[in-house]
Design a protein around this ligand. Structure first.
Ligand code: VG1
Ligand code: CO
Length: 542
């Protein structure tokens, strides 16, 4: 019934910011996916007879790997697999299913916002029993295992029928195919005031949601149109496609430009939003105003008490280090804890589990709360809608009032994609070397106050994560951060995060790039971006 297949290690299976991501042809190499999945199982203990959740974002190669993973789970002794119908589970929905059914863990197949297709990206990630991405302790163990693996176990039974909801048997293991939307939609209905949102929409408030031909389509159709009464057509690109229609399912101003243009144009809807490949990111655009993800975290935290789930207030806020400090000002005013973690949702898990924080966010369009252990795109959309329904003001008014109350953190991220790895690594090591000499240095009107390489000391399990990004602080509160992406699949991606705080309301309506122009120039002077990468301009500005 089960067979043991000899294999040879691949040496490049190091999980990044969010699991292992590679091009599809890399994953299609003999035993490549099997090696990684077996290495996950080999790094875990005590799962015999327990439940494993499996689902993905529907991208190319999803179904093939799901079949492999189910057959390997059976051979390794899991008692049950729960899989989304059609192989579909958004990342936040998978997190919820793991928690709700007290599964041992889950395997999520996604490369998130990266493009899909035969020559594009694929990914595998393991989530633990709290529903969150495995912490570094586990991902390190998985990587070690991939370098030594000699065989994997699998059953040679026939494929599972993934398209029929219900229970099947596979070599002594139960496989339950579930509707991917039902449990998630029910949870959203518990968290938010659906009647209030329904009334808002019934009163003529127009929304436009772009699912970007990715996983949130079925979720958004059910929740926004069916349950909340948004007219047919409010949700667009709602059929998940293996290649996302040839686009990047990345909800930013470059890849969701059509939505942006519509929201800035005549007769724009009141509220525009989009999500990414696996449904954990969100883009929020009000009529005539884009809400930067960092601002969105701050505004959601400041107004969360208006939604039923957070009516008693929030325990604390956590943000990734490069995310702007806008949320810090909210935490200060509310008198609650504020935590700064490295990039990647896995670092929020301990804080959420310990009840230290309720809301978490990243500048990369990720926002979420203690309801699951992943960021959650539709959750952010619904919290915004709940706030709008209660405050009965426009997004634009809410944003402007927030800036007047807390000040505005002008913020932008400049990405240099697919830079030659050596050039990118050279840039970062050169920066690291000159950190000590930077304080006191003047660049025009800007003086460096401090500079370091961010290290995180987890207050719950005391683990330490070093080299998480170069931070340069200036007198007056401005900041530049440099780090290399841990999700890219070719070459290196340099991310430069630029931030300036402005308290004066008379200066809250400057174009962001203009407001940050001097810092942008200094970033190049300090790091030699153009000279080292050969790139005169960033590939993506968000
Ligand atoms: C990027 C983002 C990070 C996010 C990660 C996964 O990582 O910067 O904030 O957590 O993607 O998001 P990196 O290492 O490329 O900067 V997702 O939606 O791709 O799971
Ligand atoms: Co994602």
């Amino acid at each position: 019934m089960f067979k043991t297949v000899p294999t040879k290690p691949y040496l490049d299976q190091k999980p990044g910011t969010s699991g292992l991501r590679k091009k599809v042809p890399v994953f299609q190499q003999e035993n490549y996916a099997e090696n990684f999945i077996q290495s996950i199982f080999d790094s875990l203990e005590g799962f015999a007879g327990k439940t494993l959740v499996i689902g993905g974002d529907g991208r190319y190669y999803n179904r093939e790997v799901i079949q492999k993973a189910i057959k390997m789970a059976a051979a390794s002794g899991f008692g049950k697999v729960m899989a989304g119908k059609g192989g579909i589970l958004s990342t936040p929905a998978a997190s919820h299913i793991i928690r709700k059914y007290e599964a041992f863990g889950g395997i999520i197949l996604s490369a998130s916002h990266n493009p899909g297709g035969p020559t594009e990206d694929f990914g595998i990630k393991y989530n633990a029993s709290n529903g969150g991405p495995a912490p570094e302790k586990i991902t390190d163990a998985i990587f070690e295992r991939t370098k030594a693996i000699e065989s994997y176990k699998i059953t040679d039974a026939a494929d599972i029928d993934l398209d029929t909801v219900g229970t099947q048997q596979l070599a002594g293991m139960t496989v339950e195919v579930i509707d991917p939307v039902t449990d998630y939609a029910a949870m959203m209905e518990e968290l938010f005031d659906f009647p209030a949102i329904r009334a808002l929409i019934g009163g003529g408030f127009r929304i436009a949601f772009d699912a970007m031909s990715a996983v949130t389509g079925p979720y958004a159709k059910e929740i926004l149109e069916k349950r909340l009464g948004a007219p047919d057509g409010s949700v667009r690109n709602f059929i998940p496609l293996p290649d996302f229609g040839g686009h990047h399912p990345d909800p930013n101003l470059v890849h969701a430009k059509e939505l942006y243009d519509q929201m800035m144009g005549d007769n724009a809807p009141d509220f525009g939003a989009a999500s990414d490949g696996d449904g954990d990111r969100n883009l929020i655009i009000g009529k005539g105003i884009f809400v930067t993800p960092s601002d969105s975290v701050a505004m959601l935290a400041a107004n969360a008490h208006l939604a039923p789930a957070y009516a008693k207030g929030i325990a604390g806020i956590a943000r990734s280090m490069p995310t702007s400090e806008a949320a810090d000002r909210v935490a200060e005013k509310l008198g609650i804890g504020m935590f700064e973690t490295p990039t990647g949702w896995k670092f929020f898990g301990n804080l959420l589990d310990a009840g230290k924080v309720t809301i978490c966010g990243e500048e990369s369009a990720g926002t979420g709360s203690s309801h699951v252990r992943e960021k959650d795109g539709l959750w952010a959309v619904l919290l915004w809608l709940n706030i709008l329904a209660v405050r009965k003001e426009s997004v634009l008014d809410i944003v402007h009032k927030h800036w007047t109350e807390f000040g505005r953190n002008y913020y932008s991220r400049h990405d240099y994609e697919e830079v030659e790895s050596d050039a990118a690594n050279g840039l970062v090591s050169a920066l690291r070397e000159k950190l000590a000499t930077l304080p006191g240095t003047k660049y025009g009107a800007l003086t460096v106050k401090a500079a370091d390489d961010f290290a995180y000391h987890d207050p719950i399990d005391q683990s330490v994560s070093k080299n998480q990004g170069i931070r340069i602080f200036f007198e007056g509160g401005s900041r530049i951060v440099f780090r290399l992406s841990g999700t890219g699949t070719s070459g290196a991606t340099l991310r430069v995060y630029i931030e300036r705080y402005e308290v004066d309301p008379a200066r809250h309506n400057i174009d962001t790039q203009e407001a940050l122009a001097d810092l942008i120039a200094v970033a190049d002077t300090i790091a030699g971006i153009k000279a080292r990468t050969g790139r005169p301009t960033p590939s993506v500005i968000t």
